[in-house]
Design a protein around this ligand. Structure first.
Ligand code: UDP
Length: 314
């Protein structure tokens, strides 16, 4: 019998890659999405390849979720995830992190399914410890513009652990660091798609602040591999997944300009409120518990992502 997986946010960037990889590993996938930030194009060809067993339910998971039949895993991936999206959709972001997670946990409990939730490096806020270990409690502004995402995800982690401790649901929490790859939205405002769309159009590349803030960028296939390893593991405590290769935002902007052969120049804009100054995962836990290591080099991942964005830039 094939294992059956429910993925909320299946039309999103990471959700759709997860769905596709799991279908190719012979799981049955039921995808849910309401297309607030997801895209129909991401799931359009999902069921086309022979042997893939994919069904889709258009649904807002902040409302009660109904899925008929047995379910072995619930992957809780629905949420706006880019800063401009969640600041534009503050209430929806808080609702999906809280009510959406509650409904997805309820589904997992009812079906006796393993539950995996998409958490984020944002739970560490603007971190005072570097690199960030899972044991770090974070430095989060509870009322700032980013709080709608950060606190929703922190609440989702608390709720997940409560279901684990109280109802004995087999839960997993993955703290996802900056991830990039095909299917990111051109205009989602995040650094990689913003820089690529600007560079491919030979427009000014907008660096916020002086560009000395750092991030660590993971290619989406590495992330998906780590998520599936966690899903199949016995681990119930949070696990960071990210590439520890840290770089400044100015450096990634310059790399993208060089790799696209662009004539763009850097321009500097004000740093958004509460923008974290540095971010790098400590992935000791993922290495030891999951035997996971990011494999895709930055240049290799950027080439594939640039190829995708070339098809999208008009
Ligand atoms: N950033 C930038 N220019 C842009 C978009 C983002 O300089 O056009 C910066 C942003 O201020 C942050 C970093 O790039 O310091 C990563 O931003 P992103 O929105 O990708 O994700 P975050 O890590 O902040 O959630």
């Amino acid at each position: 019998m094939k294992k059956r997986i429910v993925i909320t946010g299946a039309a999103g960037f990471i959700g759709s890659h997860l769905a596709e990889t799991l279908l190719d590993r012979d799981y049955t996938v039921v995808g849910l999405d309401n297309f607030v930030t997801g895209d129909r194009a991401n799931i359009a060809g999902m069921a086309n390849r022979a042997g893939r067993d994919f069904t889709f339910i258009e649904h807002n998971v902040s409302n009660y979720i109904t899925v008929d039949g047995p379910v072995d895993y619930v992957l809780n991936w629905a949420s706006p995830a880019s800063p401009i999206d969640y600041m534009d959709l503050p209430i929806q972001t808080l609702k999906v992190g809280s009510l959406g997670t509650l409904n997805a946990l309820g589904l997992a409990k009812a079906k006796n399914a393993v539950f995996v939730t998409a958490s984020t490096s944002e739970v560490y806020g603007d971190p005072l410890e570097h690199p960030q270990k899972e044991t770090y409690w974070g430095h989060v502004n509870p009322i700032g513009p980013r709080s709608v995402y950060d606190e929703a995800k922190r609440f989702a982690e608390a709720l997940t652990m409560a279901y684990h401790r109280t109802h004995k649901v087999n839960t997993k929490i993955v703290r996802i660091f900056n991830t990039y790859g095909p299917r990111m939205r051109l205009n989602d405002g995040r650094a990689v798609p913003a820089f690529m769309s600007q560079a491919l159009r030979n427009e000014d590349v907008t660096v916020f602040g002086d560009g000395s803030q750092t991030r660590s960028f993971t290619y989406v296939s590495d992330l998906v591999d780590g998520i599936i390893r966690l899903m199949l593991s016995n681990e119930n405590d949070p696990v960071n997944l990210g590439n520890p290769r840290e770089m400044t935002i100015k450096a990634i902007a310059e790399t993208i300009i060089r790799m696209t052969g662009s004539k763009s120049r850097l321009i500097y804009k004000p740093l958004p409120v509460d923008d974290p100054k540095q971010r790098r995962p400590d992935i000791t836990r993922a290495r030891t518990i999951l035997g996971w290591e990011p494999k895709v080099q930055l240049d290799e991942g950027l080439v594939k992502t640039i190829e995708y964005f070339r098809t999208k830039v008009g």
